[in-house]
Structure formats: structure tokens, C-alpha cells
Design a protein around this ligand. Sequence first.
Ligand SMILES: Cc1ncc(COP(=O)(O)O)c(C=O)c1O
Length: 367
Amino acid sequence: MNIVRIDREAIRRNYQAIKARVGGETQVMAVIKADGYGHGMVEMATILQAAGVSNFGVATVEQGIVLRRAGIKGSLVILLGGSAEEIPAMHSHSLEPVIFDGDQFAQFSEVATHLPGKLAVHLKVDCGMGRLGFKPEEAFAWSEKIKAAPGLELIGIMSHFPSADVDLELTRCQNEVFGRCVQAVRASNAKVKAHIANSAATLQGRDFHWDLVRPGLALYGCYPSSDPQWQRTPLVPAMTVASTIVQVEDAPVDKGISYGHLDTTRRPSRLAVLPMGYADGFLRSLSGGVGQVLIRGQRAPVMGRVCMNVTVVDVTDIPGACRGDEVIIMGRQGNDQISADEIAAWMGTISYEVLCLLGNMQRQYVN
Ligand SMILES: Cc1ncc(COP(=O)(O)O)c(C=O)c1O
């Protein structure tokens, strides 16, 4: 009844658009954590690997193992680093953890010493995100400690931008700080790869690209914000979320709708019931006309409270709407489109969260 349709061709086109933006020398690390931002992690890795991607970023060791078992080759970076207990598994699956903390380094170097060969790692510096990472002025010292650890091999230096979508000046300053770290670390680790750019910085410009860019959102066809400047890079949303009308009924004036009768009909109405609710990611904050859906190419506003698995919408102005009609929750129908950004604005959140919430249903892959 509810389905998440993922357009593989859109993913391939978005990757090509990003590739064209960064040019031949820079590689792309596809960020496919959070189940590929709701698009399916293994499926995304498989499509992108076939399209030429050989670097992937995931959050956890468990995700990395799932990808290896699914036949994903190349570099798999564990952005959250993993735990010391997971080092043997990282080793045997050739996963590349990020090292961002002194205690973590001590544990990792101790465990890795007892394993054959070396565990490839990336050093994370906090150039202004205020989250994970070593202080920039300590980057060189930590890179030397990693270099001296018999079980570890430093292959990357990385950071993460907090505001590349909204504050170019700040992003430039942070990029300069990163540049100084890269220079210092490369003085004795010449081959270390540098990477810092998320989608916004990737689309923004070459100064931020370094050796590798790490887009997530853009691969799935969403822009960092609604500012038209981003549209120089053509992206296609890959996710459509559809439901089906399960009942249409006439309602007289003053009929209370759904839990708590948040809404009552103000006119003789026709109301359609959808088998979709907050448990499916169609959040309760969309209640009372905040959210809309597309039916027969027209917008139908939500009536009353969104329930766990049920939502009522007003189809009075949509002639012919009937049981079995397809309902577009997110995506295009006729000449209209509901984007992840529009839903995010209704929910008071960002498109990332909308993709993760709505993408978590049965998926169908097309193209
Ligand atoms: C470390 C890191 N790099 C890259 C990304 C990709 O960011 P975006 O989806 O904005 O491109 C993320 C996402 O949160 C991240 O945590």
C-alpha cells in the first residue's frame, strides 16, 4: 500500500553531475550511512560501484561488514571510528576507521599491534565543526604518533564543515585551517589523502575539494538549501514515496475528524483515508492542514491528526478521487511536485531527516 520508489538512474546522474563539478583529479567518497539516507545502503553502494565509485563512507563497522559481504570493494571509511573490540573485524574486512581522539588512538594502536599487517586509518581534525576531531595545532603531533604505531598506517587526513551551505566566508577560513594541517602532516606523510567537503562544499567550488569529496545529500538528488545558486549542478531526486487511498467518504458540515477532533469539516466534504502515518515517517506535526499530498496531480491537505498508520486528507476539490488512487507523499505527479525540502519545512526540519524517515519503508528500485 505504501512504497518507496528509488530511481537508480537518478543516482547515476547525480554522481555524474558531482563528478563533472569536481573534475578528473578529485575522487568521490559516496556517503551511504543511515541506510543510504533512506535509499538502501547496499543498493546505493552497488549502483555507485558499477558507476565507478571506489570510496564509500559509512558510520559503523557493522555497516562496513554488510557492504563487504555484499561484494563492495575499494575503500570503506568508518566515519564514527568503531570500537577497539571491532579492530579485528576492521582488519579482516579492510575497513578504514577514523581516529579523532587520544584515548581512541591509544586503544587502537595497542590492539592493532597484535594483528598481522597494518590497519589503514584516517586522522580527523576539528577545523570548526565543534564535534569530533583533534585540535588543528595538534594534527602534526598525532599524525607522527600514528606513523610510529606499528599496527597503524595513516592514509588520510580529514575534517568536516559545519556551515558550507550557509556561510561561505566561515567555510573558507575553516578550509585554510585544514590546509595548514594538511601541509604539516604531509611534511612527513607525503601520500596522505586530504578530504573535507560535504555536498555543499563539493558544489561550492574547487578550493574545497582536495583529493576526495564526501557528498551524501547531493547524491540522492537534494540541494543543500533552496538557494538557486546550487542549481548550477543538475541533481534529480531519487526517492518517490507513494501511498494508496483505502477509503473515500462524504462528510457533512461539522464532522470531527480523527483523534481529538483537531479539525471539523467546514463544508460538505469528501475525505480520503491513507494507510500512512507517523510510524511510516509521515510525522504528526503534519496534522491539521500543515502537510499536503498529491492525488490526481492536485494537492490534498491533511485533515485532523496524523495517526500511527492512518491519515485523512481532504479531496473535496479533486473530482473523481476514489479508493485505489495513487497518492504521492513525496515526488512528482502530473505538473506538481512535493520535494523533501517542502516536507522538511512543514515538519520544521531538514531534507536529510525527511529522507531518513520516509525512506524507511518497503522499497522498489526502478531503472
Ligand atoms: C563526516 C561526514 N562527511 C560527509 C557527510 C556528507 O554530508 P552531506 O550529506 O551534507 O553531503 C557527512 C554527513 O553527515 C558526514 O558526517
